[in-house]
Design a protein. Structure first.
Lengths: 345, 230
């Protein structure tokens, strides 16, 4: 994207779309690396399949729409959607799950609305939610971290499962998977266990889930780097995580036996990923400064409500989509005051 | 529109003025019951029957009803036919009746039926109103079945499942499994699938129309480049 060259003052931001997309993708790499290191080869397959599907479906739709294919693919937005979806999906998943989710995200959530800049919803989250409500079994088969489970899967065994659905193990996929930390807490609270008992569960680590907390620490690292590079502003992450912290902390203070602590809420599930990488999406989120704060508060509040009383263990994706829907209204009511005009004109 | 020819009436009903694709009427039953092809067919037949009967009746009484009270009269006519169809379905297709549930009585509120009574039958002869009801109803039915089939294939991997509810035990063989060991793409059966499916069908119709106009305009060299926005 080239800007018109004009005389001074030369104020310019990090203008090129593809540079921003590439940097955000780079910021995701530590988390992806940790995810792969802790959960095995399946993550790599997810990433590669998602990228291939995203680029192919984007190219196909662009061709059908008679748009320039190479230039749009080069903006890196499809790549970023693919990476965000891949890191949100279970680390060992059949190939068609990734392909369906990514193709839906790119074709329906992004291109049918007009492509980058016109999509009202975050494509990666649409893809994730479509998969979550369509394939509940596959979407809840989460691998246990490598240091907790008994078997490890080498590259060829992982490939055999991803593409053929066959596992060379007795007991099939169930011998590898376990409930995620948020799921464990939700299920056991439903069984009338107290938080004190639940916290001794082997799936839970220091702050969040064992293994999961390392992935989330890497997400936080990437997020802080994006803040430092000024790719995102602090408003959405701070508002979202702050709201999640305060509301969950409040309920934890009132009834510590039935509500997990605020740090657990932030360190598990998709809270950090959502706060730094997805709710900050400039296209589907609110754009004014006050609007971003309201947007973040809404996401944090809905996340806590869904986690505490909803049907799903995690609610970040649903909350972001709900607030995406509200973003135009938020922007309408938080338009910055325009100075330099006499009242009413 | 004073004197529409029979050919034009049929073409309007099936294509140019299709209830589901162009008028976008009757969305509530259209979106709600088309989770399978058989459901769509059942509701489509019931709607077509009501539409024909109400069109003919409204056309018969068109000179007797004063314009001030025409709408309540039309609604009464439609409601009596819907009740008759509902009772008949309850008697002869009880299983299907249970599946379609509230959407059979709700045919009364299907805007397309009142719309045809007001816009067509109250101004045209009985035979034309009959043809209008038939083609409008069949046009709606085709879309119901198409949408139902799409959602059923994608959502469950089958086609014409539970066909015996409509055609009796003989029709069990009609059920085809399109994909073996299919996991089922639940979204297609859920409400979003209906909206997306209808959107795609409308897009296909517009695409065909666009192609047709372009071909008709072909001889003129100054047709201009393809439009940027589809």
């Amino acid at each position: 994207m080239s800007m018109l060259k004009a005389s001074s003052p030369h104020i310019h931001g990090p203008a090129a779309v593809n540079a921003v997309m590439l940097e955000v993708s780079l910021a995701l790499l530590p988390a992806l690396a940790a995810y792969t290191w802790l959960f095995g080869w399946g993550v790599i397959f997810n990433v590669l399949l998602a990228i291939a599907t995203a680029l192919l479906s984007e190219a196909a739709v662009l061709r059908m729409r008679g748009r320039e294919v190479a230039a749009t693919l080069g903006d890196g937005s499809a790549l970023l959607t693919a990476l965000l979806l891949a890191i949100a999906l279970p680390p060992l998943a059949p190939w068609w799950l990734i392909v369906v989710g990514t193709a839906f995200a790119i074709i329906f959530a992004k291109q049918l609305y007009g492509g980058l800049g016109f999509n009202p919803f975050n494509p990666a989250m649409v893809g994730y939610v479509v998969l979550l409500i369509s394939f509940p079994l596959e979407m809840t088969s989460w691998l246990a971290p490598l240091d907790v489970r008994e078997h490890t899967l080498d590259l060829s065994a992982t490939a055999a499962y991803v593409f053929g659905g066959q596992l060379p193990l007795q007991g099939g996929i169930d011998s590898l998977t376990m409930a995620t930390p948020l799921d464990t807490v939700k299920t056991r609270l439903g069984l009338e266990h107290t938080m004190g008992e639940i916290l001794r569960d082997p799936v839970l680590g220091i702050l969040g889930g064992r293994g999961w907390e390392i992935v989330n620490a890497m997400v936080l690292l990437g997020g802080l780097w994006m803040l430092f590079r000024r790719l995102i502003t602090w408003h959405v992450p701070v508002a979202m995580l702050g709201t999640l912290f305060v509301t969950s902390g409040l309920f934890h203070l009132i009834d510590p036996e039935h509500y997990s602590g605020p740090l657990f809420h932030i360190a598990s599930g998709g809270a950090l990923l959502g706060a730094f990488f997805i709710a900050t999406d400039p296209v589907s989120g609110a754009t004014s400064t006050r609007g971003r704060i309201i947007f973040g508060i809404g996401v944090g509040l809905f996340t806590f409500i869904i986690r505490a009383w909803g049907g799903y263990p995690d609610g970040v994706a649903f909350s972001i989509l709900l607030m995406n829907m509200a973003a135009p209204t938020i922007d309408y009511y938080t338009r910055p005051r325009v100075f330099g005009h006499t009242g009413g004109h | 529109m004073a004197e529409a020819s029979y050919g034009k009436i049929a073409k309007d009903g099936f294509w140019n003025n299709n209830v589901a694709l162009v008028q976008i009427l009757g969305l509530c039953p259209l979106l709600a019951v088309t989770s399978t092809a058989v459901n769509g067919l059942g509701l489509g037949l019931a709607t077509t029957l009501v539409l024909i009967c109400s069109n003919v009746t409204v056309s018969l009484i068109r000179h007797l009803v004063r314009p001030e009270v025409r709408i309540p009269v039309f609604v009464l006519v439609i409601a009596s036919f819907v009740t008759a169809v509902e009772l008949a379905m309850n008697a002869f297709f009880h299983d299907l009746y249970k599946v379609l549930g509230i959407f059979i009585p709700l045919i009364v509120t299907n805007c397309s039926i009142l719309g045809r009574a007001e816009a067509f039958a109250s101004k045209n002869s009985v035979s034309k109103s009959f043809l209008d009801g038939l083609t409008m109803g069949l046009g709606f039915l085709i879309i119901l079945v198409l949408l139902g089939a799409m959602r059923e294939i994608i959502g469950f991997g089958t086609l014409f499942a539970q066909a015996h509810m409509m055609f009796g035990e003989v029709a069990r063989g009609l059920t085809t499994t399109v994909f073996e060991n299919y996991k089922g793409f639940l979204l297609a059966v859920l409400p979003p699938g209906a909206f997306i499916g209808l959107g795609l069908l409308i897009a296909v119709k517009n695409l065909i129309d666009q192609r047709a106009t372009r071909r008709a305009r072909q001889p003129a060299p100054a047709a201009g480049p393809a439009k940027a926005e589809a």
